[in-house]
Ligand binder design. Structure first.
Ligand code: COA
Length: 152
């Protein structure tokens, strides 16, 4: 089941985040995401296995963060969650932006499958655990084939 994240999910979500990120968001950031953004979770048998945080901004949106529990990766859950979370956006965005580490092949492939494509490269954007830095790839997904929407 995919549903909106609530305050009771924050501990599980922060736990997943800690397992997958070298610089994880903390609980306070997730609490703020519940309040301020469109935050969703994928739950199976009462257990939160993945989360996705989208920030609607006017008629666009930013994908801020998403993750699937390591034990559940590679089973299609990330794609399912991303696809449905995008569909749940109430502002009906024209386009959605994201930034991803250049070395994060799994995420880049997932985003490409979800129709995002690279539009830019931000050099040395992310800190790495070894003290060096990594480029950010900027990707965008166009959400409409209706060009009239772009100009009205
Ligand atoms: C990136 C992430 C969310 C993908 O979720 P997932 O549930 O494992 O992905 P899915 O099983 O839905 O796969 C969807 C597509 O992504 C690609 N993909 C997923 N894992 C991959 C891997 N290890 N290597 C290459 N491509 C991969 C494939 O194209 C796949 O489609 P396919 O199965 O039709 O080939 C997950 O790996 C994760 O949580 N990573 C750690 C956190 C992270 O990097 N988040 C994103 C940046 S904020």
């Amino acid at each position: 089941m995919i549903r909106l994240m609530n305050a009771a999910d924050v501990a599980s979500v922060a736990e997943i985040e800690k397992l997958v990120q070298s610089h994880p968001w903390n609980k306070k950031q997730f609490e703020e995401a519940v309040e301020g953004y469109q935050s969703t979770v994928l739950e199976q048998n009462g257990v939160v296995q993945a989360f996705c945080i989208l920030q609607p901004v006017l008629d666009e949106a930013n994908l801020l963060l998403m993750a699937v529990h390591p034990s559940q990766q590679g089973k299609g859950l990330g794609y399912q969650l991303l696809d449905q979370s995008v569909a749940m956006l109430k502002n009906n965005p024209v386009q959605i932006f994201l930034e991803v580490r250049e070395g994060n092949t799994a995420a880049i492939k997932l985003y490409e499958k979800a129709d995002f494509h690279q539009i830019d490269l931000r050099k040395n954007y992310y800190p790495k655990a070894d003290g060096t830095r990594e480029h950010a790839i900027i990707m965008v997904k166009s959400c409409t084939d209706d060009f009239s929407k772009l100009f009205n």
